[in-house]
Design a binder for this molecule. Structure first.
Ligand code: AMP
Ligand code: MN
Ligand code: MN
Ligand code: MN
Length: 285
């Protein structure tokens, strides 16, 4: 079962991806994915379309979302899988988390204007598929468009990150709320790409410990954001903390994403895949 091609982390234009939910479904299926979850940031607005498109293609589906959390002064992402996407508390919690993105975007544009980059709000907005969900990714696309950076990776080195032009600190959901919204809606909470956070080993240990205590049950081991060494490290962490293991490309766009849908290696051995624990929540084709 663990060798099934599952891709449980990716984005559509309902958040900061560029393809529609239907187009992401098709690309996933054509790449061999047989169990899929669309995990738009702080949103479940694409879930019905994604599930219907998946099932039409013959692909099993799990609901998903990637929730932005502020933990120990840093942004951490928590992926929810297999929840009831109509659950009121979850829907409201996500709406609250999205609120403030537009104001933040105006502040980001003001900060960019200070270094001579004008019109960034309007420029970013051109790339936005969901007016509720303007993100740094949309600004990155605009900065590439005007030739300021060669690609989004360069943008996130020179702009939009702490200490660089265009960065605006933001308070997202708490870890406790994010885990609660997911679990009370019948889903499993998963720490997204833990290798991406600049935590010290002590801080990382505290995150895992607190997450477990709050009812979190999973961690991404194989993701487009991890190096092969990190697959090994987080497989060990999953075993040490008795967490379910997840796998997902974090695909956003065919040219921006270096890992395509379904293209990752299998989970390492001696792990319990998160989809085994969620078999009752899978919407089968
Ligand atoms: P936001 O939620 O508005 O803070 O935007 C976060 C999004 O920016 C992430 O979901 C990624 O899509 C993108 N992002 C953040 N850091 C990087 C990076 N170093 N390289 C490429 N994309 C990034
Ligand atoms: Mn993103
Ligand atoms: Mn993320
Ligand atoms: Mn993501």
């Amino acid at each position: 079962m663990s060798s099934i091609n599952a891709d449980l982390h990716c984005h559509s234009n309902v958040s900061d991806g560029t393809l529609s939910p239907e187009a992401v479904a098709e690309r996933a299926f054509n790449n061999g994915v047989r169990l899929w979850a669309l995990t738009d940031h702080d949103e479940v607005g694409g879930q019905r379309r994604a599930c219907e498109a998946a099932n039409r293609l013959g692909m099993d589906y799990l609901t998903g979302s990637e929730i932005s959390v502020t933990y120990a002064g840093k942004t951490v992402h928590i992926v929810g899988l297999g929840f009831d996407a109509d659950n009121e508390q979850l829907v409201k919690g996500l709406a609250d988390t999205r609120g403030g993105r537009e104001r933040r975007a105006h502040e980001m544009a003001e900060d960019l204007a200070k270094v001579g980059i004008h019109g960034a709000f309007e420029g970013a907005l051109k790339y936005v598929g969901n007016p509720d969900l303007i993100s740094r990714t949309h600004f990155a696309r605009y900065l590439v468009e005007i030739g300021l950076c060669a690609d989004s990776h360069e943008v996130f080195r020179r702009y939009l990150v702490e200490g660089k032009p265009g960065y605006v600190g933001h308070r997202w959901a708490t870890l406790g709320n994010a885990v609660r919204w997911i679990t009370q809606a019948g889903g499993v909470a998963v720490i997204a790409h833990p290798g991406r956070y600049d935590f010290t080993p002590n801080e990382e240990h505290a995150l895992f410990t607190e997450f477990k205590a709050l009812g979190g049950e999973g961690v991404e081991v194989v993701t487009g954001s991890h190096t092969p060494d990190e697959y090994v490290k987080y497989a060990d962490m999953a075993r040490a903390f008795d967490l379910l293991a997840s796998r997902g490309s974090d695909f956003h766009d065919p040219s921006e994403s270096h890992i395509d849908l379904g293209a990752l290696p299998d989970l390492p051995g001696k792990l319990t895949p998160v989809w085994e624990a969620l078999s009752h929540r899978i919407v089968r084709a």
